[in-house]
Design a protein around this ligand. Structure first.
Ligand SMILES: [Zn+2]
Length: 69
């Protein structure tokens, strides 16, 4: 279910709307009924970024030159 987050710049209302096709669908603000000033925000679910795993492989050989007498 594509749920998008919308923000109304008219009354600063933030609301979520279930929109099948955001390109054609018009979303009206549930508070003031404004359509033109409603902007789609990136959905909260899409904000989950996969952290770029930059783990350094510990392949550096530990050359422990112990004094062996
Ligand atoms: Zn509004």
């Amino acid at each position: 279910m594509p749920i998008f987050e919308y923000y109304c710049s008219n009354c600063k209302e933030l609301f979520e709307e279930l929109v099948m096709n955001p390109a054609t669908s018009r979303v009206a603000c549930p508070k003031c009924g404004e359509i033109k000033k409603v902007r789609k925000r990136p959905s909260a679910t899409s904000l989950h970024k996969v952290p770029s795993f930059s783990g350094q492989p510990s392949t550096s050989a530990r050359c422990s030159s112990g004094s062996f007498s």
